[in-house]
Design a protein around this ligand. Structure first.
Ligand SMILES: [Ca+2]
Length: 213
């Protein structure tokens, strides 16, 4: 018993992610509903990389210490075999929450080895895989900040994911400083100081159509 306890404590010290809940919570305005959005720990969880090998895709993800929009690390996704269909590889965080009729904002930083696109998606994490919102953004070689604002017309408790779809290109892409909160960009609590370039293309969209994928 003591041995088991020591092992658990040891794991918690090595992997701080073990210490906090990984599922999204219903939090007040401006409070971040994502975990590990800055990729500063040497773990990816609760993010995961979904690779649809059955569709021919191949990809890998790593915590990259060589570039960051904030802190010292970011997440690098390399699609080694693209399929032309972005959602065949997705960096996603499951079990998020939103409430009907409220405004939500996701802010993230991204850059790529060469110009390419990325698709941001909010999707029901089981059949019928309802896409609550999906939006494509152009990504450049320099770090840039993007924001997406949505207003869902349904409640969702720990039953959708936020995902970045990248299988349409084999150009490596990095993500950093991802946040998801109730409110508009101005409502964010604890916003981190920007140490990268000023956002060149801060894009905002509003709630779009619900479609099936
Ligand atoms: Ca970081």
């Amino acid at each position: 018993m003591l041995k088991k306890f020591i092992i658990v404590v040891f794991l918690c010290l090595i992997f701080p992610g073990v210490l906090f809940a990984q599922k999204g919570e219903v939090l007040g305005k401006g409070k971040n509903r994502l975990h590990n959005g800055d990729f500063e720990e040497n773990i990816l969880q609760p993010w995961k990389l979904e690779v649809r090998q059955d569709m021919g895709a191949a990809a890998e993800v790593e915590i990259d210490k060589s570039t960051a929009a904030s802190g010292k690390k970011s997440a690098k996704v390399t699609v080694t075999v693209p399929t032309g269909t972005a959602w065949h590889v997705k960096l996603r965080q499951d079990d998020r929450c939103f409430e009907k009729g409220e405004k939500y904002t996701v802010i993230f930083w991204t850059r790529a080895e060469k110009p390419r696109n990325v698709e941001v998606s909010f999707q029901l994490q089981h059949d019928p895989w309802t896409v609550f919102l999906s939006q494509k953004f152009p990504v450049d070689k320099e770090w840039q900040e993007y924001s997406v604002t949505l207003m869902p017309n349904v409640d969702n408790f720990q039953d959708h994911w936020l995902a970045f779809h990248v299988a349409d290109s084999d150009i490596p892409i990095w993500f950093d400083n991802v946040r998801y909160f109730l409110g508009e960009p101005k409502d964010e609590e604890g916003a981190m100081p920007k140490q990268a370039v000023d956002p060149k293309s801060k894009l905002a969209i509003t709630w779009g159509k619900i479609r099936q994928e």
